[in-house]
Write a protein that binds this ligand. Structure first.
Ligand SMILES: *[C@@H]1O[C@H](CO)[C@@H](O)[C@H](O)[C@H]1NC(C)=O
Ligand SMILES: *[C@@H]1O[C@H](CO)[C@@H](O)[C@H](O)[C@H]1NC(C)=O
Ligand SMILES: *[C@@H]1O[C@H](CO)[C@@H](O)[C@H](O)[C@H]1NC(C)=O
Ligand SMILES: *[C@@H]1O[C@H](CO)[C@@H](O)[C@H](O)[C@H]1NC(C)=O
Ligand SMILES: *[C@@H]1O[C@H](CO)[C@@H](O)[C@H](O)[C@H]1NC(C)=O
Ligand SMILES: *[C@@H]1O[C@H](CO)[C@@H](O)[C@H](O)[C@H]1NC(C)=O
Ligand SMILES: *[C@@H]1O[C@H](CO)[C@@H](O)[C@H](O)[C@H]1NC(C)=O
Ligand SMILES: *[C@@H]1O[C@H](CO)[C@@H](O)[C@H](O)[C@H]1NC(C)=O
Length: 911
């Protein structure tokens, strides 16, 4: 990519800029040197620069920069040019030394293990910046000794070189002009080198080393009295080691990064930070800090602009103030005095109680307030923020018991926000749960998230029409009324509009394409919309995601939506409406479509051969419509299809053997149709059912689309663990013949439902190999023979049903099978042994008739209760919307088998 980027720039440069000095070219002697360097890189093989380092003017070569007046080379970028597999590279230093004006040299990523003629470094009197990250400089101690000669060096990057405590030679102290040194990502352990000579050092990065061994590991830093920026993140640092860092010497420190260490247990370690009176940025995220470890004296950090305490164990430091507790810091005062603070981020902690209003009084420089993902449970009024005129970002989201009041007492904002996140709190409970009115005078607002509150009332039309908002999220509220009528303005910036899960009724505006020409994400699912889908929706050129499911929409789907003119669509869900007509247009062009969900409507007709030219399609759900005709044999053209639901229609004819060519199928649901013929024996050709392979369903997560819109066009995708969901459901059809014994090879299959067909012959013995199977339903067929006893080892099996068949012999009642009840076996007159009452002694044929009736009854109710019922009812699974992704297939799981349901629920939730 680096080269690719270069190439573009390069051509631009050479086409448009051949004027003035560029055409003079470089000095011939430097050009010759560069060619020698090129030849030495992969010596004796050719270099990857062969393509780029050609022509007379070496100042135009990739990675080469020249001084515009002297035409001498000032910078050489040789990042990642050495071919892998050639072993270590020992560049000949004397090839670089003659460049009299060379200031900057990048040799990163080249497997450099040392140097030929390191003494030549002493000739490089101009070099200021040397980048050597991602090499193998730990290979020999001499490799770094040569660098000591570079006494003019200002910037040195030695990241990721596997350097250890002994790799860094004493003579490094000679680099007395060094300002920036990075040793990040090495193997430094006990003792950091001490270089009191480095008095120019401003920036030192030691992050991502493991300093947990050396109590004295930070001692070496005590002499760095001029240091401004110190990064000790990800170093396994504990308090003892941190205490040895003589912070009082480092009084000029402005930025201290201590992410992901172990500094949280005692306040004594963090007390040292109080000496850093010049500190502007302090990052202590991921340190297990609790209320008691925050020292009082932090209040003196009057220069602090940014304090990050992400993901610690803070609970209620604010409350502890009022508790007047001698050992607990008075946090409110302390924060309140930091009047340079620009960013207060307390997200992802366990704060409870109140956000104290008083602390904000003096924080007039605050730009960012973020307290999301805590457990604040009191109330806060926005009037608190009224005078913080620099605020641009407020995020109080996910404090489910925090009451946020924006209307009372009366206040006038002095700020103009860019983003406001108030998702999942309790908004304006006292004032009628209305949309905050101050928003109407926010003229720079780009992102507004008010989802999952209890907002009532209608959507004010100014919210859609006169704001600059690009992303508007109102989902999961109690908003009523028609879709707001537009005012005249039609230059709306809206890219994402999510009003899902409310009570919006009436029709969508017929001119939606002119109202919101920039829409990328449009989610109106779970409302009470009526009427037809406006044709104009298909003219939204940028639309990527459309969800109008669970409304009362009727009429035909506008065919332009997935035809030639609209190729941007990736996700289309129109499920659970009353749509009719042919399911797909004649000339679809859905090259980008990944998810198509049209289930639970009244679509009719057959699926014709030219209907789906959607190579990207991964999920197709046409279930519960009135479709008819054959199951199409061209399905394998959808090479990426992972989930196929055609259940609940009137499809007839056989299952085409072409289905076996689908290599990524994880769910095949053809249940509840009129399909006849036998089960194709080639099903195990589908590799996703043979071994678990995972597929990324790369569609964006609607919840992530905020990023999508706020960051311009960078799409964010989310992968799904489809590898754990392999399901075949052919139940409720008219299938005949034997169950193919090859099906025993479906090693990754989790659920197989063949119930309610006319299948005959035995249960294949090979079923003992279905090692992943969790649910197996063969009930209501004409299956004969015994239950293969080896099947008792299928220890993941938690739902097993062979009732209403013609099986005979003893039930294998051990291991996993000892968990199945009578109802699994009902109505097989010749089965015997536990759990049935019927014993296996010779004369067992006369069971009392009424007893059997009872069993039947019990059986029916079991079917209704079991998750299998939900499978056959397909997307009823929506009710499991909120299940998280939990580990479903526990070996000990017995009984209810809810885990599969959770998986599918998680899948849908993730969509
Ligand atoms: C260089 O070091 C990397 C790891 O840092 C190692 O994987 C690689 O094998 C080394 N290369 C050589 C040529 O020794
Ligand atoms: C290094 O390069 C110099 C200058 O081209 C040359 O004289 C010398 O022989 C080279 N050394 C080695 C070991 O290749
Ligand atoms: C570099 O350091 C070494 C030992 O630390 C010293 O002997 C030598 O004189 C120094 N060189 C220069 C150029 O300062
Ligand atoms: C850091 O070093 C300690 C002590 O050698 C060791 O126990 C620990 O596993 C190391 N941590 C990491 C992340 O390598
Ligand atoms: C705000 O600053 C004033 C004057 O410096 C001070 O008296 C007051 O206590 C401060 N308020 C808070 C809440 O820190
Ligand atoms: C939006 O409309 C409201 C009501 O008409 C008006 O008071 C407000 O100033 C407008 N805001 C913007 C940003 O245009
Ligand atoms: C699609 O584009 C064609 C021309 O390329 C145009 O004639 C037709 O009206 C467009 N259809 C829709 C639904 O926009
Ligand atoms: C579908 O759209 C793509 C991209 O716009 C275009 O290249 C292709 O020719 C179209 N195919 C059909 C059948 O219209």
């Amino acid at each position: 990519m680096f080269l690719g980027m270069f190439r573009t720039t390069f051509f631009l440069v050479s086409i448009c800029c051949c004027s003035f000095y560029w055409c003079h070219g470089c000095l011939e002697e430097e050009r010759t040197l560069l060619l020698q360097i090129k030849d030495s890189i992969n010596y004796p093989g050719g270099s990857s620069l062969g393509e780029y380092w050609v022509g007379k003017n070496c100042c135009q070569w990739y990675g080469v920069d020249c001084n515009p007046s002297s035409f001498r080379v000032i910078s050489i970028d040789l990042y990642d040019v050495r071919e892998e597999g050639l072993g270590l590279w020992y560049p000949n230093t004397s090839l670089f030394a003659p460049f009299k004006e060379l200031k900057e040299l990048d040799l990163g990523g080249n497997h450099i293990g040392g140097w030929v003629m390191p003494q030549a470094f002493s000739g490089m009197r101009s070099l200021r910046k040397l980048y050597l990250f991602s090499n193998n400089l730990s290979a020999s101690i001499d490799s770094l000794r040569g660098i000591c000669e570079l006494t003019t060096l200002r910037v040195l990057y030695l990241d990721e070189n596997r350097l250890n405590d002994h790799s860094i030679p004493k003579c490094f102290g000679n680099l007395s002009l060094l300002e920036e040194l990075s040793l990040s990502g090495n193997e430094l352990k006990g003792n950091l080198p001490a270089f009191p000579e480095m008095q120019s050092l401003r920036m030192l990065d030691i992050s991502s080393n493991n300093l947990s061994l050396g109590i004295d590991s930070l001692r070496g830093l005590c002499g760095l009295r001029n240091i401004r920026n110190l990064d000790l993140s990800y170093t396994n640092l504990d308090e003892r080691a941190f205490l040895r860092l003589c912070l009082s010497n480092l009084s000029k420190l402005e930025t201290l990064s201590l992410l992901d260490n172990d500094l949280g247990s005692y306040s004594i370690a963090l007390t040292g930070i109080c000496e850093l009176t010049a500190l502007r940025v302090l990052d202590l995220s991921w340190n297990k800090i609790n209320d008691h470890s925050i020292p009082k004296c932090w209040g003196n950090l009057s220069s602090l602009e940014k304090l990050d305490l992400w993901d610690n164990k803070l609970k209620s430091p604010f409350n502890s103030l009022t508790a007047n507790n001698s050992y607990v810091g008075s946090i409110p005062q302390c924060f309140g005095n930091m009047n340079s603070l620009r960013r207060l981020s307390l997200s992802y902690n366990q704060f409870t109680g109140t956000i104290p209003s008083s602390i904000f009084q003096n924080l007039t420089n605050l730009m960012v307030i973020s307290t999301s993902h805590n457990q604040f449970n009191d109330s806060i009024s926005f009037s608190t923020f009224a005078n913080l005129s620099k605020l641009i970002h407020i995020d109080l989201s996910d404090n489910a018991r925090l009451e946020v009041e924006t209307e009372h007492p009366h206040w006038v904002p002095t700020f103009q926000l860019q983003s406001l996140f108030l998702s999942n709190c309790i908004l304006n409970k006292g004032g009628g749960s209305g949309i905050p009115t101050f928003i109407s005078i926010q003229q720079s607002l780009e992102t507004l998230d008010l989802s999952h509150n209890f907002l009532k009332g209608t959507i004010p039309s100014w919210l859609l029409n006169n704001l600059t908002v690009g992303s508007l999220i109102l989902g999961g509220n109690l908003l009523k009324g028609p879709f707001p009528q537009s005012t005249q303005r039609n230059n709306s910036m809206l890219q994402e509009l999510d009003v899902s899960d409310n009570f919006i009724y009436g029709e969508l505006p017929s001119n939606i394409n002119t109202l919101f020409p920039n829409l990328i994400v449009f989610n109106m699912s779970k409302n009470e919309l009526q009427g037809t889908i406006p044709v104009s929706i298909s003219k939204l050129q940028k639309l990527g995601m459309l969800d109008l499911s669970q409304n009362n929409l009727f009429g035909e789907m506008p065919h332009g939506l997935i035809s030639r003119n609209n190729t941007s669509l990736k996700f289309l869900r129109l499920s659970n409406n009353k749509l009719q007509g042919n399911i797909l247009p004649k000339f679809p062009n859905m090259t980008k479509l990944v998810v198509l969900l049209l289930d639970n409507n009244g679509f009719t007709g057959a699926i014709a051969s030219n209907m789906l030219s959607s190579p990207s399609l991964k999920i197709l759900d046409l279930s519960k419509n009135n479709l008819s005709g054959f199951i199409p044999s061209w399905l394998p053209l959808l090479t990426n299809l992972a989930i196929l639901h055609l259940d609940g229609n009137f499809f007839n004819g056989p299952i085409p053997s072409e289905v076996c060519q689908m290599q990524n199928l994880h769910i095949l649901d053809l249940s509840n149709n009129k399909i006849s013929g036998s089960i194709p024996s080639c099903l195990p050709n589908i590799s996703s059912w043979m071994k678990e392979i995972s597929i990324n369903v790369d569609i964006f997560h609607p919840r992530v689309t905020t990023i999508l819109t706020t960051k311009g066009m960078t799409l964010t995708y989310e992968g799904l663990p489809l590898s754990l969901m392999t399901i075949i459901d052919l139940s409720m059809n008219q299938l005949t013949g034997n169950i193919p014994s090859q099906m025993g090879d479906l090693k990754a299959l989790h659920s197989l439902n063949l119930s309610n067909n006319i299948l005959s012959g035995p249960i294949p013995e090979s079923f003992q190999n279905l090692e992943s199977i969790e649910s197996l339903d063969l009930s209501h067929n004409k299956i004969v023979g015994t239950i293969p006893p080896q099947m008792v080892q299928l220890y993941k099996l938690s739902i097993f049903n062979v009732s209403f068949n013609n099986l005979s012999g003893a039930i294998p009642y051990e291991k996993q099978f000892s968990t199945f009840k009578e109802s699994s076996y009902t109505a097989n007159p010749h089965l015997c042994g536990p759990p049935l009452q019927r014993s296996c002694s010779c004369n067992n044929s006369s069971q009392p008739r009424d007893n059997k009736g009872e069993e039947e009854e019990e059986d029916d109710s079991t079917i209704l209760d079991s998750p299998l019922f939900f499978f056959t009812c397909g997307w009823l699974l929506h009710i499991f919307w909120d299940f998280g992704v939990s580990l479903p297939f526990s070996p000990t799981s017995t009984g209810d088998g809810s885990s599969l349901v959770q998986w599918t629920g998680a899948l849908i939730a993730a969509i």
